[in-house]
Design a protein around this ligand. Structure first.
Ligand SMILES: NC(=O)c1ccc[n+]([C@@H]2O[C@H](COP(=O)([O-])OP(=O)(O)OC[C@H]3O[C@@H](n4cnc5c(N)ncnc54)[C@H](O)[C@@H]3O)[C@@H](O)[C@H]2O)c1
Ligand SMILES: O=P(O)(O)OC[C@H](O)CO
Length: 333
C-alpha cells in the first residue's frame, strides 16, 4: 500500500489527506497541536479547519514528525510558504530515503524570491526529480465535500508525477501531470495576488467588467513573468493558471479574495488581518512576487498595485486611478 506523510493539519493538508486516503493510500498527518491531533484520531474530524467533515479511517495524525515520515512514499508539505524553510530544516533528517516531496504551497519566499520547490530542494538536499508540486483550482472545503475538481501534479521527473497522479486520483479528484514545475508554481502563487486585487475591486463595488479585466490582465502578467523564467506559456492557459484564477477570484471560500474584499470595503490592514484566521498567502507573497518580477525585469502592474494598497497604505481609489491611467498599449504586451 502507498504510504503518505502529510505535514500540516490545516484546511488543505487535511482535505488532501482525505483525497489520498480515498485513493487507497495510508496517511499519517503531522500536526503541531496535541489537542487537534487527538481530535483527528479519536473524533475523526478536524474541528479547527474542516468542522463537520468525517475523515476516512486511513487518515491518522501524530505530533511526532519522525513517526509521520516513516516509510513514506510521498511526503506532502502543507504549511505556510513563509515557515516552510524553518519547518523542513527540522524534518529533513527524518525523511524516508527515496520519498518524493510534494509541495501544496502557493507562495514565494520573502527575501530569497524562491519558489517552494526550490526551497524544498535546498533544505532537504534532494534533486528536482524528487520534488513535485500539486496545484490548480482546489478550494479545500469543496474537495473535503468530495465535490469534483481537477488538478495538476508537476514534477521534472514525469514518472514521479505519474506515481503521484495515481496516488491521488479518486472519483471526485482528477489530477493531470505536467513537467513545467516553474509555470505551475507561478500560476499558484500569483493567482493569490490577483485574487486580492479582484477582492479589493469587489469590495469597492467596481462590477464584473473590472473583475474580468483584472483576471485577464492578471493572467497576462503572470504569463510574462513565467516566460521570463523559462515556463511554458501553455501552462498558464491550464488548470494551474486560468483554472486557479477563476476559482480563487470568484469564490467566497477563497481567503485571498475575502481578504481583498475586506480591504476594498474600507477595513484597515490590521482589522483585516485580525478577522483572517487562515493563511492568505498573497498578503506576503505579493512582495516576493514583485521582487521576482524586478529580478527578471518584468512589468507586473497589478501586483505592484496590490503591494501599494496592502503594504504601503495606498488608498484603493488612488491605486485604481493610477492603474487606469497607465500608458495605452497593444493587448499582447
Ligand atoms: N485551503 C485551500 O483551499 C488551499 C488549496 C490549495 C492550496 N493551498 C495552499 O496550501 C498551503 C497551506 O494552506 P492551508 O489552507 O492548509 O492553510 P491553513 O491556514 O488552513 O493551515 C496552515 C497549517 O500550517 C500550520 N502552521 C502555521 N504556522 C506554522 C508554523 N510556524 N510551523 C508549522 N506549522 C504551521 C497550521 O497549524 C496549519 O496546520 C498554502 O500555501 C495555501 O496557499 C490552500
Ligand atoms: O483560499 P485561498 O485564497 O488560499 O485559495 C485556495 C486555493 O488555492 C484555490 O485553488
Amino acid at each position: 500500500m502507498t504510504r503518505c506523510a502529510v505535514y500540516g493539519t490545516g484546511s488543505w493538508g487535511t482535505a488532501f489527506a482525505m483525497v489520498l486516503a480515498d485513493a487507497g493510500c495510508e496517511v499519517t498527518m503531522w500536526g503541531r497541536r496535541a489537542g487537534l491531533v487527538e481530535a483527528i484520531n479519536t473524533g475523526r474530524t478536524n474541528p479547527d479547519y474542516l468542522p463537520g467533515v468525517e475523515l476516512p479511517a486511513a487518515v491518522r495524525a501524530t505530533t511526532d514528525p519522525a513517526e509521520a515520515a516513516r516509510d513514506a512514499d510521498f511526503t506532502v508539505l502543507a504549511v505556510p510558504s513563509q515557515t516552510l524553510r524553518g519547518n523542513l530544516a527540522q524534518w529533513a533528517p527524518l525523511l524516508a530515503p527515496d520519498t518524493v516531496l510534494v509541495s501544496l504551497m502557493k507562495g514565494i519566499e520573502l527575501g530569497t524570491a524562491k519558489r517552494m520547490s526550490e526551497v524544498v530542494e535546498e533544505v532537504a538536499k534532494v534533486s528536482a526529480d524528487r520534488v513535485a508540486v500539486l496545484t490548480g483550482p482546489n478550494l479545500a472545503r469543496e474537495i473535503a465535500a468530495r465535490q469534483p475538481a481537477a488538478a495538476v501534479v508537476a514534477c521534472r521527473d514525469e514518472e514521479a508525477a505519474k506515481r503521484l497522479q495515481t496516488a491521488c486520483h479518486t472519483a471526485y479528484f482528477r489530477p493531470y501531470t505536467n513537467t513545467d514545475v516553474v509555470g505551475c508554481e507561478l500560476g499558484g502563487a500569483v493567482k493569490n495576488v490577483i485574487a486580492l486585487a479582484v477582492g479589493i475591486a469587489d469590495g469597492m463595488g467596481l462590477g464584473d467588467n473590472a473583475k474580468a479585466s483584472l483576471i485577464t490582465r492578471g493572467l497576462a502578467e503572470t504569463t510574462r513573468l513565467g516566460l521570463a523564467m523559462g515556463a511554458d506559456a501553455h501552462t498558464f492557459a491550464g488548470l494551474a493558471g486560468m483554472g486557479d484564477l477563476v476559482a480563487t477570484c470568484s469564490s467566497p471560500l477563497s481567503r485571498n479574495h475575502t481578504f481583498g474584499t475586506n480591504l476594498g470595503r474600507g477595513m484597515t490592514l490590521e482589522e483585516t488581518i485580525a478577522v483572517t484566521k487562515q493563511t492568505a498567502e498573497g498578503v506576503k507573497s505579493c512582495e516576493s512576487v514583485l521582487d521576482l518580477a524586478r529580478r527578471h525585469h518584468v512589468d507586473m502592474p497589478i501586483t505592484e498595485t496590490v503591494v501599494g494598497i496592502v503594504h504601503e497604505g495606498k488608498p484603493p481609489m488612488v491605486a485604481l486611478k493610477e492603474l487606469m491611467a497607465r500608458s495605452a498599449k497593444p493587448e499582447r504586451h
